[in-house]
Design a binder for this molecule. Structure first.
Ligand SMILES: [Zn+2]
Ligand SMILES: [Zn+2]
Length: 669
């Protein structure tokens, strides 16, 4: 019991051995989970003791003792260390990097945190915890969900809460959290993007006025994030509400995990440790021995598949919670018989006009920001492209600039075509800004609000704009997906969807799943308060089965059809997948690197390694990118191949290539 194996934040896949100091040097010997200061090279660094072992492979005389144990934060519990080991090995990243990346930055410094005074209850303050203020009586479906999940408290069990938009999933979460608090537990509630959902935070604060609620997301200042993290880790916060990184917080009394909008792709981290916050949450619940509730109107097909296989229990909320509120009527506008002028079919214009006359709000949804996606010369076929990426520059009306949405490059609009000199360059296609312009021409009297990442760049701007819309300060809304997530607009009764056909025939097998989820979510914004809502989807393919399922609000048959397709084609969730990606200044360097790695290890029989291919957007920010895909029906076989790859690569990859492994990848651009 004299050697401490310590995780340090260095880009190596190893732990470092240190000695336990002599008994009189420390108040108590260091233990697994302790943050310790250790000598490393000429500096001191902070590390986490992962385990205590009897002997090291390094000669005893070359080992150094640790300097001290940091006691300003609680010792990291065994289940958290287990989570770190799981994430590092599953996603093939160094353990030290995984551990360090999961701690707030202030806990990675050798400086001790300032001591915080415990908050003394003021005289007369009611210190009893878990006072629950329920605003609504649950309807029968909600009550049944609470009962079934509530009965599982105290043991691991995954649930899918499949509720249509507006079915009141949050009410179910609140009742369950109240039960967990009563039992003295902590609840972890995860949302895709907390910056977009302060409504949820407000509901929790209103429902649990006396509870310490820790909010955790990446946009917090370092100090606030450290405080919230400590509140969670000490067990002082009964509720931890946050984005995917909240799944990495130590929670000593974890009694319930909720992942709301579990299908959302932002639960997957796209850099460094490319983990899925949802999958990490399920793992945590398993280790902690508590239920996990995955909530969605359009669950991920992986989750749906887990229900079919009996691994998850599915609970349906088939109706809207507000009495009298119906799901909106979805109508397909056939662009072959009602062709669009300036992006709008006649039926769409007429519907918007009707809503304006009645003083109701309409939303025009187009999932593309900017003025137009291409600026082109009709004389010679030139189109403005980014020099650093294989992508067209997007025309932005504000400031009359061309911008690359992949690398951030910006330039002025040229006066004339650089190839043939034609001064008449035309915007092709439309984005939110152009749609806003068209609406202003069609309805000069209407107040129009545009919501996308350009209109809401600073924090708070989006919030203000959304509040204004809720107060009825706009008649027409134009927006991207940013508008679709979780917002509740009482006056909205019409949604027009433009440009849906673009994702209909994508090469990405996940495109249909995402399109359905997006359309269902956008459609779900309207008619939430009892007035009848209507959704118009403009399309040239009204017979497409995806639209048929959307019109019937029938996620289940859509999911079944998709799963049948995927099983036939051999795609996830019927196989497990990983991508090895490389980028270099020349494409051949990336491709050669991938070929060499693929040939370096002979794969187990049930693993299939595909040939390397360039990315669709091959060049991004000056780097040429390629990837190869590995698939297997056997998770252990896949993991063992990835482990042998990453061992070689971390030990020594060529310096002219940047590489990473993405396990369970969801983005392939
Ligand atoms: Zn030209
Ligand atoms: Zn670019």
């Amino acid at each position: 019991m004299s050697v401490l194996r310590v995780a340090l934040e260095v880009p190596l896949a190893t732990l470092f051995d240190y000695l336990q100091p002599p008994p009189d040097a420390l108040p108590a010997p260091a233990q697994p989970g302790d943050r310790v200061v250790v000598p490393f090279g000429r500096r001191e660094r902070v590390g986490i003791v992962m385990e205590c072992v009897l002997a090291s492979s390094i000669p005893h005389e070359r080992l150094k003792p640790i300097v001290r144990v940091l006691e300003d934060a609680p010792r990291l519990p065994p289940d958290w260390l287990e989570l770190m080991r799981f994430l590092a090995s599953y996603y093939q990243r160094p353990l030290g990097e995984t551990v360090a990346g999961s701690l707030p930055s202030r806990l990675r410094s050798v400086k001790t945190l300032p001591r915080r005074k415990p908050r003394a209850p003021s005289a007369g303050e009611d210190t009893s915890r878990a006072r629950f203020v329920s605003s609504n009586e649950p309807n029968p479906a909600q009550a049944d969900a609470v009962k079934r999940i509530g009965a599982a408290l105290g043991g691991f069990k995954p649930f899918l809460l499949h509720g249509v938009t507006g079915s009141g999933k949050t009410e179910v979460y609140l009742h369950l959290v109240a039960r967990v608090l009563e039992r003295g537990g902590q609840a972890l509630v995860m949302v895709p993007e907390i910056g977009l959902t302060p409504q949820l935070e407000a509901r929790f604060r209103h429902a649990f006025p006396r509870e310490n609620i820790a909010i955790l997301h990446s946009a917090l200042q370092a100090g606030a994030r450290t405080h919230a993290w400590l509140d969670a880790a000490r067990g002082d916060a009964g509720i931890v509400l946050g984005t995917r990184l909240a799944a990495l917080t130590p929670l000593p009394r974890l009694g319930l995990v909720v992942v709301d909008e579990e299908h959302d792709t932002s639960f997957k981290q796209q850099e460094g440790l490319r983990y899925s916050g949802r999958d990490a949450a399920v793992f945590r619940a398993k280790v902690a021995g508590c239920p996990v509730v995955l909530g969605s109107a359009t669950p991920a097909l992986e989750t749906w598949h887990n229900c079919r296989a009996g691994r998850y229990e599915r609970i349906d909320l088939p109706e809207r919670a507000v009495p009298g509120a119906m799901l909106p009527r979805v109508r397909l506008v056939d662009l072959r018989t009602d062709p669009a002028a300036h992006g709008f079919a006649g039926a769409s214009v007429a519907a918007i006009r009707g809503r304006l006359a009645r003083g109701e709000q309409s939303l025009v949804f187009i999932n593309r920001r900017g003025y137009s996606p291409v600026l082109a010369c009709e004389a010679c076929g030139w189109a403005a492209g980014c020099e650093r990426c294989t992508a067209n520059l997007v025309l932005h009306a504000v400031g009359k600039r061309l911008r690359c949405h992949h690398c951030g490059w910006e330039e002025r609009i040229p006066r004339a075509c650089p190839t043939c000199g034609n001064p008449d360059l035309r915007p092709v296609g439309r984005g939110t800004q152009r749609v806003q312009e068209t609406l202003a021409d069609l309805f000069p009297e209407a107040r129009i609000a545009r919501i996308d990442r350009d209109s809401a760049r600073r924090r708070g701007e989006l919030q203000q704009a959304l509040e204004g819309i809720r107060r009825g300060e706009a008649d027409l809304l134009v927006g991207t997906q940013l508008l679709a997530k979780g917002h509740d607009f009482p006056g909205l009764t019409l949604v027009c969807v433009l440009g849906a056909d673009q994702s209909l025939f994508s090469t990405d097998y996940r495109a249909a799943e995402r399109l359905f989820a997006t359309l269902a979510q956008v459609a779900g914004r309207c008619g939430r308060r009892g007035q009848e809502g209507e959704v118009l989807v403009q399309t040239k393919f009204p017979q497409h089965p995806l639209f048929g399922a959307l019109v019937r609000h029938d996620y289940s048959s859509f999911a079944e059809a998709q799963l049948a397709d995927r099983e036939g084609a051999g795609f996830p969730p019927f196989v497990h997948e990983a991508a090895l990606r490389a980028e270099a200044k020349q494409l051949e360097v990336s491709m050669d690197f991938l070929r060499e790695v693929a040939a370096s290890v002979s794969p187990p029989g049930d693993v299939r390694i595909y040939d390397p291919v360039p990315h669709v957007i091959t060049r991004r920010a000056g780097y040429e990118r390629a990837q190869l895909l590995v698939q297997s029906r056997s998770r252990p076989a896949l993991q063992s191949l990835l482990a042998s790859w990453s061992e070689r690569l971390f030990a020594g990859a060529p310096r002219n290539v940047r590489w990473h492994l993405d396990v369970d990848p969801i983005e392939f651009d």
